[in-house]
Design a protein around this ligand. Structure first.
Ligand code: ATP
Length: 247
């Protein structure tokens, strides 16, 4: 595959030294694409994202086999902050906005690692507002008093404040009304097309994810059981039956 940004090569992940959760997962994310990681509850989607962004240690998890490469560099032993420096940012499931901060303050926390000065950060903030006009109107509202959709947008916007190359999105649709999910995915597509931001997104909402992704991997019980172009997966009978409820 040309221009592979992320290459996950047969990784095994174990939690608490004993619980084997990923049993040899391999996947590639080409630069500038949207790749979906699909599968039901507990399939291992979040764990895969954590392995890439190096958030496993906080969960007492570790990669015990295989390798993860970002543009050819081995990254599975790097710290989370080293991953941020390389432009890889994870938006966690459940959004995690700071409830007592305003939307704008939340967004600005995403820029804390940047060293290119206030003017550049202000420019990115304006750009985030052009993608998320709802956040602009809510900029002075405390996050606790904004809707679930606005909080999800705030979490993505905060990730964008770090000027990422790749955003790992964990279940962006979780708990949101279908029309808001669609709005969020439209913005993801827009960011991908205009900013060339690469997205790796974990989703249980298979039909929505396959409408926006270029390529998908389906995980079951810690293994990739199927992968392919999004359109081919949408047309695949097993996927339709088991994941799209169209059997
Ligand atoms: P969900 O959509 O429910 O988050 P998922 O596909 O993202 O599902 P994971 O969260 O990666 O799945 O979980 C995969 C398995 O790993 C599950 O059996 C889960 O119980 C287990 N697991 C996840 N985190 C931990 C942890 N910190 N310690 C021990 N086991 C964990």
């Amino acid at each position: 595959m040309s221009n592979v940004l992320l290459n996950v090569n047969g990784i095994e992940v174990i939690y608490n030294h004993v619980i084997l959760v990923l049993k040899g997962v391999s996947m590639q994310v080409p630069e500038g694409r949207i790749v979906a990681l699909l599968g039901g509850n507990g399939a291992g989607k979040t764990t895969t994202l954590r392995a890439v962004s190096n958030l496993l240690a906080g969960e007492r998890g570790e990669v015990t086999k295989g390798s993860i490469e970002l543009r050819g560099e081995r990254i599975e032993r790097l710290s989370t902050s080293a991953m941020v420096d390389r432009g890889v940012i994870q938006v966690m499931e459940g959004r995690h906005c700071f409830a007592h901060l305003t939307i704008e303050e939340n967004l600005l926390t995403g820029a804390y690692t940047r060293k290119d000065g206030k003017a550049a950060v202000a420019e990115t903030l304006e750009k985030v507002y052009t993608y998320f006009p709802r956040l602009k109107t809510r900029r002075t509202s405390q996050a606790a008093y904004t809707s679930g959709g606005e909080q999800q947008m705030c979490a993505i916007g905060r990730a964008l404040m770090a000027n990422p190359k790749m955003v790992l999105l964990d279940e962006p649709s979780m708990g949101l009304a279908p029309q808001i999910v669609e709005e969020v995915f439209e913005i993801v597509r827009d960011l991908n097309q205009k900013e060339r931001t690469t997205f790796l997104l974990a989703e249980q909402n298979t039909s929505m994810a396959l409408r926006y992704a270029d390529y998908g991997y389906i995980l079951e019980n810690g293994r990739v059981v199927m992968d392919g172009e999004a359109r081919a997966l949408r047309d695949n009978e097993d996927v339709r039956e088991f994941y799209l409820g169209m059997g």
